[in-house]
Design a protein around this ligand. Structure first.
Ligand SMILES: [Fe+2]
Ligand SMILES: [Fe+2]
Length: 139
């Protein structure tokens, strides 16, 4: 387990905290693959985790955006743009699919870097901005 849940990740909104925990599980699986760094063919594992990351990201961002829109969160547009950007990055990984097979080691390291940046930067900085706001709305 590379991403350990800490109090500082807590938004206080149960559903969102659960989703963030699930994302960290996916992140840990990416780190496992990066750490394995052996000669085995990991193409199927990489594609599986990448697909799961994409699906769960779309679901989670949609969930946050619905709440922000419903409660008219001041930084909604800004936050949505950051989500859009993260999804674009995942799509870029997918588009380079033909390269993934050849550059498995490189891809998994890039994915590991991407997920750790997302967790430390987006969750700890951007998501925390709605914490008090949602709390004030009784969530
Ligand atoms: Fe989030
Ligand atoms: Fe977010």
């Amino acid at each position: 387990m590379y991403f350990k849940w800490k109090d500082e990740y807590c938004t206080g909104i149960d559903a969102i905290d659960k989703q963030h925990k699930h994302l960290m599980d996916i992140g840990s699986r990416i780190f496992d693959l990066a750490y394995a760094d052996d000669a085995f063919d990991r193409y199927d594992d990489i594609m599986e985790v990448l697909n799961e990351l994409k699906d769960y990201t779309v679901y989670h961002f949609g969930y946050e955006e619905d709440l922000m829109e419903r409660y008219k969160f001041e930084y909604y547009e800004q936050h949505k743009f950051q989500h859009f950007f993260l999804i674009k990055k995942i799509e870029r990984f997918e588009k380079e699919k033909h390269d993934i097979d050849e550059k498995q080691g490189e891809t998994i390291l890039e994915l590991a870097e991407f997920i750790s940046d997302w967790i430390t930067n987006h969750i700890l900085k951007e998501d925390m901005r709605y914490k008090d706001f949602f709390k004030s709305k009784g969530l």
